[in-house]
Design a protein around this ligand. Structure first.
Ligand code: EPU
Length: 439
């Protein structure tokens, strides 16, 4: 028997062939807003975050924080008052829906010396291991027990330590940062993640009174303080959303101006788009990406890497682009070990892609894509399928669009305003197939 899922009655209907024109304003970063909301736990005063993307994941984090006894008000501008929070036990029902809940572990241990979080469930994009988070917190003095369902931590007061990551983990770095700011003494994180959202979390913590140095480098130094205060902070623009629309414009052609963004976070992505034959023009806080219909796309190999490399969260979208290139390209995924779920759905639309092992995929462009009924397996695959559907002949129905809504604020509305033929529609959830994973 097929099961239904909350939100699975929504789909995106896309008719291919329209070029993009005009401008799109990028929202705040989901992957910055989530740990920043968790940071509000570290103070009794109010933290006011503006430019919070209005997506399912931020609203879920708001519900989780309210469940811990805090007050969370507003949407785009959110006031988090966690002075009254006292609960340290994260709801299983809400917590399991999103892997980012893991950052509550460091924040709760830092403020209360106790935390219980549900173990994030396995999902389709890889093992999503967390042993480096736990090793770091244990080094800082936390007693951590793990079962299949939960992780429980206990500590009198965390102590600063020298923590070495064997590979830069984004939420691992955030977790140790959230734990270290109220710890006793100095914490050094070596091989820290440097993604824009990690940098933005550091900036918020510094505004709250934390002593953090090395922001944007692979060595972060945190000198713990006794107390943190409130702060006001604007969440950094989402470079993954900007990158998604940039790739879309290169794929379908036209001329799109992407605003409210930071082109400096996308150097490698914009370079790849130029190499592939798109025209890119960068300005302060915005950029343009365009391609004339007669300019054919070139096949350009790409490997994902941690920041400032090509982001894994744009790999699927880039693969959709390469289906339109004149020749074969190799796409290598080095960050997550199993991130090719979009291949199966792209193949249903007519893409010729061969996956070789866990790391490489060969795209045999140019592929003539046809409008098809497909099921979105995760957020970024959803963005890739939207791009592929915009390049396809005829109409596509992309089911399970709730995945896209977890990370993109009003993707359909923004793309439609730039000329795409895309709308959100209701469908029969019983006809919706697999793909209920949480990142
Ligand atoms: N890893 C380990 N051990 C650890 C931690 C990570 O082996 O202790 C491995 C993972 O298994 C993975 C790689 O290291 O293969 C990178 O994992 P990382 O910890 O950096 O990923 P994450 O923190 O779980 C965040 C984003 C993801 C994004 C990755 C990589 C958030 C909430 N999530 O996940 O975003 O793909 O970093 O940049 O920030 C998305 O937005 O669509 C998304 C999946």
């Amino acid at each position: 028997m097929r099961s239904t899922f909350p939100g699975s009655e929504h789909a995106l209907r896309v008719t291919g062939g329209a070029q993009l024109a005009g401008s799109i304003c990028v929202s705040g970063s989901k992957n910055a807003a989530l740990p920043e909301m968790a940071a509000a736990l570290l103070t009794k005063e109010a933290v006011v975050l503006s430019n919070v993307p209005q997506v399912t994941d931020t609203s879920l984090m708001g519900q989780i924080l309210a469940g811990l006894g805090g007050r969370v008000e507003g949407e785009g501008t959110m006031t988090l008052q966690m002075g009254g929070a006292g609960k340290t036990d994260v709801s299983d029902e809400l917590g399991r829906r999103m892997r980012a809940t893991i950052v509550l572990l460091g924040a709760l241990l830092g403020r209360f010396g106790h935390a219980r979080v549900p173990r994030p469930g396995g999902d389709d994009i890889g093992a999503r291991r967390i042993e480096q988070h736990l090793r770091g917190l244990r080094q800082m003095g936390a007693h951590i027990t793990e079962t299949q369902n939960e992780i429980v931590g206990e500590v009198e007061r965390l102590r600063g330590q020298r923590i070495v990551f064997d590979l830069p983990t984004v939420t691992g770095t955030e977790n140790i940062l959230l734990a270290a700011v109220l710890a006793e003494g100095r914490t050094e994180i070596f091989n820290a993640a440097r993604e824009p959202h990690v940098q933005d979390l550091c900036l918020l913590l510094a505004k709250m009174g934390a002593r953090v140095e090395g922001i944007g480098t692979e060595r972060l130094v945190v000198d713990g303080v006794r107390e943190l205060g409130g702060a006001e902070h604007t969440v950094i623009a989402d470079y993954l959303e900007a990158g998604t629309y940039a790739i879309a414009a290169a794929a379908v052609g036209g001329e799109l101006r992407i605003e409210c963004t930071r082109p400096e976070d996308l150097h490698v992505v914009l370079l790849k788009l130029e190499q592939a034959g798109a025209h890119v023009e960068v300005a302060e806080g915005s950029f343009r990406v365009g391609r004339q219909a007669r300019t054919r796309l070139k096949p350009i190999d790409m490997s994902t890497w941690t920041f400032p490399g090509f982001p894994t969260d744009l790999q699927a979208q880039y693969m959709a682009l390469m289906t339109q290139a004149d020749g074969e390209s190799v796409i290598s995924e080095y960050v997550h070990e199993n991130r090719f779920q979009h291949v199966r759905e792209l193949a249903k639309m007519g893409a010729g892609i061969t996956v070789q092992g866990r790391i490489h995929a060969v795209v045999h462009g140019p592929c003539r894509l046809r409008g098809t009924d497909v099921s979105i397996p995760d957020i970024r695959s959803g963005a890739a399928l939207v791009i592929a559907a915009m390049c396809a002949e005829g109409e596509s129905l992309l089911r399970n669009s709730w995945h896209v809504e977890r990370g993109y604020q009003d993707m359909a509305g923004k793309l439609a305003s730039a000329g795409a033929k895309i709308e959100s529609v209701k469908v029969d959830p019983q006809a919706t197939t697999a793909g209920h994973s949480y990142e």
